[in-house]
Design a binder for this molecule. Structure first.
Ligand SMILES: N[C@@H](CCC[C@H](N)C(=O)O)C(=O)O
Length: 285
């Protein structure tokens, strides 16, 4: 039996389990399985820190959804692991490597954490979509009865993970818990998709709710906030600096002009530390 400590955190109510395997030898999948089986623990994503593979980075990170699938990015989870590493090192910055690239994080004077989420990708095959679209600001896709679609012409973008964003006039009118899973598994999205529904409040403010691939309805999703902000700016509905209101709270998203990178800023909360028991054979044994 191996005991693995974990830290339960959240970013705006997006439930995050942080597992630091930089010293402990265990298979990430086995730990995520044990977290899923643990009574009383509900998480949207598990962020697994592994020994760094590149100089100047604090860890190599794998991200798992609650259904066990892997994700390429998790904005709220990245702020949580940044807080975890900064608390241990006493620094006010942290750098992580994922399969998708580097995530550079720093703590601001007000305690919030900013993450450079990298540059968005817009080509249809980069999302990926199963059909070619030249203009991914508005794709031909609708949800609801023919002739009277509930939502249509969404934007799509990859911000380390795939997102579709529908813009609507009235957020409350959309039952995302009902239509989210149909869109997540629609054949248009061969790797499934995170589904955002956004309402533009002003050129500096969006409201957003999210059905997450592999996790369902969540109180917040950092990468979806980035996806919605970039999509709204591309459609000329907002500027490049916006506040995004989610059911769990607010994020600030800046899509920088000079290097095209997206910077997400928001809070984190540390809830408690606990551990899980593994029967599995340690990695490398
Ligand atoms: N909650 C996350 C996004 C998590 C990954 C997503 N469900 C996926 O499968 O791509 C965030 O804050 O970005």
């Amino acid at each position: 039996m191996t005991t693995i400590p974990f830290r339960k955190m959240n970013g705006l109510g997006n439930e995050i389990a942080v597992v630091d395997l930089r010293q402990a030898k265990a298979r990430p999948q086995a730990v995520v399985g044990a977290l899923s089986a643990k009574a009383g623990l509900a998480f949207d994503q598990a962020m697994v820190l592994l020994p760094p593979k590149a100089q100047g980075t604090d860890a190599f990170v794998e991200i798992y959804n609650s259904d066990g699938s892997k994700a390429g990015a998790c904005g709220n989870g990245t702020r949580c692991i940044a807080d975890h590493v900064m608390a241990a090192t006493g620094r006010d910055s942290a750098v992580f490597q994922t399969a998708g690239g580097l995530l550079v994080c720093h703590r601001n004077e007000d305690g919030s954490i900013s993450v450079d989420m990298g540059a968005p990708r817009f080509e249809w095959h980069e999302i990926p979509l199963s059909e070619r679209f030249a203009d991914t600001r508005f794709i031909e896709f609708e949800v609801g009865p023919r002739g009277a679609p509930v939502m249509h012409s969404p934007a799509v973008v990859n911000v380390g993970n795939p997102h579709v964003v529908f813009f609507v006039n009235e957020l409350e009118a959309i039952d995302l818990g009902r239509i989210g899973p149909m869109i997540e598994y629609h054949p248009m999205f061969p790797e499934r998709v995170n589904v955002g529904v956004a309402e533009v409040v002003s050129p500096e403010r969006l409201r957003l709710k999210v059905w997450e691939r592999g996790a369902g309805l969540t109180k917040a999703c950092g990468s979806a906030a980035c996806a919605a902000a970039v999509s709204a700016a591309r459609r000329r509905q907002t500027g490049r600096s916006v506040h995004v209101e989610l059911p769990g709270g607010e994020l600030h998203i800046l899509w920088r002009e000079d290097d095209d990178h997206i910077v997400m800023t928001g809070p984190v909360a540390h809830e408690y530390d606990d551990e899980v028991e593994l029967d599995a054979t340690p990695a490398g044994a």
